[in-house]
Design a protein around this ligand. Structure first.
Ligand SMILES: Cc1ncc(CN)c(N)n1
Length: 227
């Protein structure tokens, strides 16, 4: 299955980061969800950490509101904060409630080092740079899960992780990915010019994308290692 179309910047970043991208999007954790062999314990550990991740990730998207220069950018960034806080995190809350873990306990869960490194890297990219730096660091998260969800939705058979796959393969999440992809293209064109891939800053923002991609692979590994 070919990768979904989330815009020009994503396609160029994804190509530039080839091996790093595959190490993330086809990590053994992902393949274990696809074929059902992922240990439940690893998934639960991941899910609790991912709730904490999403708290900080929503803060980083709120920073994108602050760094916006147009109403369109502001609307997409604010809608993404809403989607994270009121849509994506409810999957974690519901699944964990079934395991006897309350939302209060999720909110108070201690962060793993891999989690902390990733979310603070993204936040720092946004604080030190402009919206391009921030979006490049945010993109592997939003769009990577869109790609993984779409592929697993098409390829997975009977797996205990069907709800997780359905959430990311579903229309709501895929629409967020298309909106964010379009926002990234417009934000880069506005600040870097067109074609943005020829701009002097392109390599730097691509390195932001690459580092966030590597931190995503580290996040899956944290789940597998129960670290
Ligand atoms: C670590 C991580 N990366 C991405 C996503 C998808 N928003 C997530 N929930 N968690």
């Amino acid at each position: 299955m070919s990768a979904p179309d989330y815009g020009r910047a994503f396609a160029a970043w994804r190509r530039a980061c080839g091996a790093d991208w595959d190490a993330y999007a086809r990590h053994p954790f992902v393949e274990g969800m696809r074929d059902g062999t992922l240990p439940r314990e690893a998934f639960h550990h991941y899910l609790v950490q991912d709730y904490v991740f999403l708290v900080h990730f929503a803060r980083a998207w709120a920073l994108a509101v602050v760094k916006s220069e147009t109403m369109e950018e502001m609307r997409t960034a604010a809608a993404t904060v809403d989607a994270l806080v009121n849509m994506e995190m409810s999957l974690h809350v519901q699944t964990c409630a079934g395991l006897g873990i309350s939302e209060d306990r999720l909110f108070a869960a201690p962060e793993s080092p891999a989690n902390l490194a990733y979310t603070r890297y993204v936040m720092d990219a946004g604080i030190a740079g402009d919206l391009c730096d921030l979006l490049a660091a945010l993109a592997p998260c939003v769009l990577g899960y869109g790609e993984i969800g779409a592929r697993l939705g098409a390829e997975a058979g009977d797996t205990p992780y069907a709800d997780w796959i359905a959430a990311y393969a579903g229309d709501d999440y895929q629409a967020v990915c298309r909106d964010v992809g379009a926002m990234i293209d417009a934000a880069l064109a506005r600040r870097l010019g067109t074609p943005f891939t020829a701009a002097p800053r392109w390599d730097r923002v691509t390195e932001r994308f690459r580092m966030a991609t590597r931190l995503e692979a580290g996040f899956w590994q944290m789940g597998l290692d129960l670290a």
